[in-house]
Design a binder for this molecule. Sequence first.
Ligand SMILES: *Cc1c(COP(=O)(O)O)cnc(C)c1O
Length: 383
Amino acid sequence: MSSQINSVPMLDLKRQFKVIGEEMNDALRRVNETGQFVLGPEVKKLEEGIAAYSKTKRAVGCASGSDALLLALMAIKAGEGDEIIAPSFTFFATASCIPRVGADVVFADIDPVTFCLNPEDVRKKLTKKTKAIIVVHLFGQAADMRAFQEIANDYQKKYGRKLYLIEDSAQAIGAELEGIQVGNWGDASCVSFYPTKNLGGAGDGGMVLSNDDEIADRVLLLRGHGMSPRYYHKEIGINSRLDSYQAAILNVKLPYLDSWSNSRNANAARYEELFAKAGLQEKIVTPVKVGNRRHVWNQYTIRVLNGRRDALRAYLLEKKVGVDIYYPLGLHQQECFAYLGYKPEALPETLKAANEVLALPIFPELLPEEQQYLVDCVSAFYK
Ligand SMILES: *Cc1c(COP(=O)(O)O)cnc(C)c1O
């Protein structure tokens, strides 16, 4: 075992603060001095900065990634009588926005290699009522957006109606497919600035990106109670404004994002090497980066084979190695979605993933020695 290291955190934001803490504090002081705490110049700067970074035409800040998804569905006027297809193997907010607008949730299965939505299964679930597909770039890798664009084109031809593609990019800011960033593949893309995301604030925050002015304008209207001009309400929106503190912190962090993504990639490559050396191929499957994609590794998710996942997790936690399970259940297995009537086996790859996945620490400041300690612990578990 490596000598000094005897624990590894799942995520340690204090290490990031050590480097940019002064800048963060200065930014917050500036906000205090302006006395403007909601929206304002910091939010405008962030919206412009994220749009430039993502190469999308527009970006509209809001209160969270969950709200970004809700606002995107409101913007495309999804509602009663519409069906929206979403993965079941994802964070809850991907799907909870659907019943919130009165539409029907239809779950589809994942591709076992990437953990992202499986286009083949989505095709089987299209009906004349399908209004949109919510595609999640899970764990930081872009989903197969080419295939989803084809599905949307075929749908338009068959039904003479637009099928919207909503990207859930909460875990994937900066990820690319064929050199094109997420956010440019669908009609709208939803970003989260929750602190554990690759670009995280000091609280909640989110954004909707779009290359479609009509959608972006609607999000802008709807995030502020449908109000335009002041105290004249065109429609019933929500209060989902981004606050200036969050934007100020994120404006400090944005210039570092690519170097952090590169560090995450280096950490992923090191795990790959360490696990290969440890000879654990029959026991563990390391995550796959698809050739034409830029992965940004919000999570490094292995599969633990032979039903040993929970035992390995318990062992690692006992060795003070932070690991976590994203996600222990498919959404189709959640109590609140029982009314949809899905059996667990209805989405076999989702069920299998939920039983096998284990996320390991991958944050940018993670040390090589910590990765070595973790892999040594995994080896010791199997000895
Ligand atoms: C985090 C996350 C969200 C929600 O973002 P919040 O900012 O926490 O509301 C939505 N979808 C996915 C896939 C996420 O990981």
